[in-house]
Design a protein. Structure first.
Length: 235
C-alpha cells in the first residue's frame, strides 16, 4: 500500500478536528474524501503532508513511517500537496512557477524536459509561459498548480478543492487533467466539494463528518448509498 493513515487525530487548541481517521491509497489509485465544509477533509490532507502535527495515530508512505518527518522530507519521498487556493507565485512567470515545482531536483536537463512535457500536456501553459501566474484565470491557475505539483515527479498527489469558484467548462477541463494524471500512474487523494465529480473520478471514497470517517466503499457503492445520494448528491 502506498499510503496508510492509521487512526489519526488533530487538534486546534482545545478543539479536536479529526477523530481516529484511517484511510489507504494504493499505487496508481485515485481515492476521494467527501463531506461537508468543516468535516475535516483539508485538515486530513494537511496532516498527511506534514503541515499539521498529529495528536494521535500514524502515517506511513511507501512502506516508511513519515509522521515524524518534515513537509520537505515528505516531498522528497514523492508526496506532493496541491493546496486549496493554488498558492502560486503570482508575480513569477508560468515557466518559473513550473521550475519551482522541481526545486528539490538536481537534474537540470530532465527538469527542462519535464517543463516541455507540461506544455505538451497543457497547451494553455505554453501559450501563457511568459505571463505572470497572477494574470491567469482561476482555471488556468489551477492547471498550473497541477503541473507545478507534477514537476516534483510525485508518487502521490494530494489535491485540495480544485474546482472552487470555477465555471462548469473549466471544471470539465480540470476533470480531464486529473484523469490524465491518473493515467500516467500517479496516485491521487482528492478532496472536492463537488461530491458527484469526485466520485466519478475516483475508484474508492471516504465520507467524513465532524472529523470522523462514517463511510468508506468503492465509489459505485457510495453513489448508490441512499444517505450519500440525499445528503451529498442532491438526489
Amino acid at each position: 500500500m502506498l499510503l496508510e493513515v492509521s487512526s489519526i487525530a488533530i487538534s486546534y487548541g482545545t478543539a479536536q478536528v479529526l477523530h481516529g481517521v484511517s484511510l489507504t491509497v494504493a499505487d496508481g489509485e485515485t481515492v476521494t474524501l467527501i463531506g461537508a465544509n468543516g468535516a475535516g477533509k483539508t485538515s486530513c490532507l494537511r496532516a498527511i503532508s506534514g503541515l499539521e502535527p498529529l495528536t494521535a495515530g500514524a502515517i506511513s508512505f511507501d512502506g516508511e513511517r513519515i509522521d515524524g518527518l518534515t513537509p520537505r522530507q515528505r516531498l522528497e519521498r514523492g508526496l506532493v500537496h496541491v493546496p486549496e487556493g493554488k498558492r502560486l507565485f503570482p508575480r513569477m512567470t508560468v515557466r518559473d512557477n513550473l521550475a519551482m515545482g522541481a526545486f528539490l531536483r538536481s537534474d537540470a536537463n530532465a527538469v527542462r524536459s519535464d517543463i516541455e512535457a507540461m506544455y505538451a500536456r497543457f497547451p494553455i501553459l505554453k501559450a501563457r509561459h511568459g505571463q505572470a501566474a497572477g494574470s491567469l484565470s482561476g482555471g488556468e491557475q489551477q492547471i498550473l498548480a497541477f503541473a507545478r505539483g507534477l514537476m516534483a515527479r510525485p508518487k502521490l498527489l494530494l489535491i485540495d478543492e480544485p474546482t472552487v469558484g470555477l465555471s462548469p467548462l473549466m471544471v470539465k477541463e480540470l476533470s480531464a487533467a486529473m484523469r490524465a494524471i491518473h493515467a500516467d500512474g500517479v496516485a491521487i487523494l482528492l478532496v472536492e466539494q463537488n461530491a458527484a465529480m469526485a466520485l466519478r473520478l475516483a475508484t474508492r471514497g471516504y465520507l467524513l463528518e465532524t472529523g470522523a470517517c462514517v463511510a468508506e466503499d468503492n465509489t459505485k457503492a457510495l453513489m448508490a448509498n441512499d444517505y450519500v445520494r440525499k445528503a451529498y448528491l442532491g438526489v
